[in-house]
Design a protein around this ligand. Structure first.
Ligand code: FEO
Length: 170
């Protein structure tokens, strides 16, 4: 059985993941509005994956007979100065999420909660990938600077990202 503290922390993480989805959806809308359909697609895939991350926690809580308490979401920003600024904001956000996951691992370790500790390993790996994905795009955007041909090439590349639903693992 999960501790009250762990249930509260996991419910809070559902909020974090749903906010991530909200944030990336806002970024996707912005990219659509400025004519960068590939980047809009990339962010749309990202926002769908974030919902899966939330649902993985949700399913885990249910499997443990714990109470789900959906918390209020903040309003995400909706305008940015440049694609580079957007992906930098995405990386910063992922670094925050990595901290949240690490904090959950700390609680699980302190409470000797092996089941939650095991479940969290997937998120640890996922966060490495999330940060790496954002960093790779930032590096490319830094390389091209203000070159619009380069920007359209990156946009085309990001149009290829495909959403693959997360198989419920719990
Ligand atoms: Fe669910 Fe992007 O972390």
């Amino acid at each position: 059985m999960l501790s009250k503290k762990m249930v509260a922390a996991l419910n809070e993480q559902i909020r974090e993941e749903l906010y991530s989805s909200y944030l990336y959806l806002s970024m996707s809308a912005h990219f659509s509005n400025i004519g960068l359909a590939g980047m809009a697609n990339w962010m749309d895939v990202q926002q769908k994956e974030e919902k899966d991350h939330a649902m993985k926690f949700y399913n885990y809580l249910l499997s443990q007979g714990a109470e789900i308490k959906l918390l209020q979401l903040d309003e995400p920003p909706h305008t940015w100065k440049s694609p580079l600024e957007i992906f930098k904001a995405g990386l910063k956000h992922e670094q925050h999420i990595t901290k949240c996951i690490n904090n959950l691992v700390d609680i699980a370790e302190k409470e000797k909660d092996r089941a939650t500790f095991n479940m969290l390993q997937w998120y640890i790996d996922e966060q490495v990938e999330e940060e790496e994905n954002a960093r790779t795009i930032i590096d490319k955007l830094n390389l091209i600077k203000a070159d619009s041909n380069g920007l359209f090439m990156i946009d085309k590349e990001l149009a290829a990202r495909v959403y693959v639903p997360l198989i419920p693992a719990v």
